[in-house]
Design a protein around this ligand. Structure first.
Ligand code: CO
Length: 203
């Protein structure tokens, strides 16, 4: 019995289309990957990294988790970051969140959502620190979307504080860290304007 035959059929069509114009496409990728970008994004199925930015296999190194978090004890994320920066030598780390993020929404709401509540606890704590600065008339939707943006800014900061990035900057390696957000309702990216290209003098 074959499981999910439609996905294998899709895959055969995709591989054939990829090699139609460029017969050596996959053979070249066997020997090396040389992406210029690391994408740290949400696991949400509506935010597929490569498609959004129009990049082919081999062009984007990707790490995704719920609510695009970067934690200093997350060896999954840190291992990806170190490999991308130290071995692949990516020039850009892109933290990309999205409006209407379910992980961020869960952090802003009461009640239990399961194991994920532990994962998003830092976002809940972040919201507790900043919620008083939100306009009192802000709707739930506006709070969520603003928090989705602030979460990206926070994760950019976290990336910059990792030993991986601080060491890269310390040895003069060119590396920019960007914060972007994606709109589900129109498919467009927005740069939050928090790009960092080196260590700040203040803590
Ligand atoms: Co999300």
């Amino acid at each position: 019995m074959k499981f999910l035959p439609e996905l294998f059929e899709n895959n055969r069509r995709w591989a054939a289309a990829m090699t139609r114009d460029d017969p050596d496409f996959f053979r070249r990728l066997v020997d090396q990957q040389a992406p210029r970008y690391l994408w740290i994004g949400c696991a949400d199925s509506r935010v597929p990294a490569n498609e959004i930015v129009g990049l082919l296999p081999g062009e984007l190194f990707v790490h995704r988790n719920v609510a695009n978090r970067v934690g200093h004890t997350d060896f999954n994320c840190l291992s990806v970051l170190q490999y991308a920066v130290d071995v692949l030598g990516v020039e850009h780390v892109i933290v990309c969140g999205h409006y209407g993020c379910g992980g961020v929404a869960a952090a802003l709401s009461d009640g239990r959502h399961g194991l994920v509540d532990n994962w998003i606890e830092p976002i809940r704590a972040h919201y507790a620190r900043v919620r008083d600065a939100f306009p009192p008339e802000a709707t739930e939707r506006e709070r969520l979307d603003r928090m989705c943006e602030l979460n990206v800014v926070e994760q950019v900061r976290n990336v910059c504080r990792t030993t991986v990035v601080r060491d890269a900057w310390g040895r003069g390696q060119p590396l920019a860290v960007h914060g972007w957000i994606y709109r589900l309702d129109n498919g467009l990216l927005h740069d939050l304007g928090v790009t960092r290209t080196g260590a700040r003098t203040e803590g």
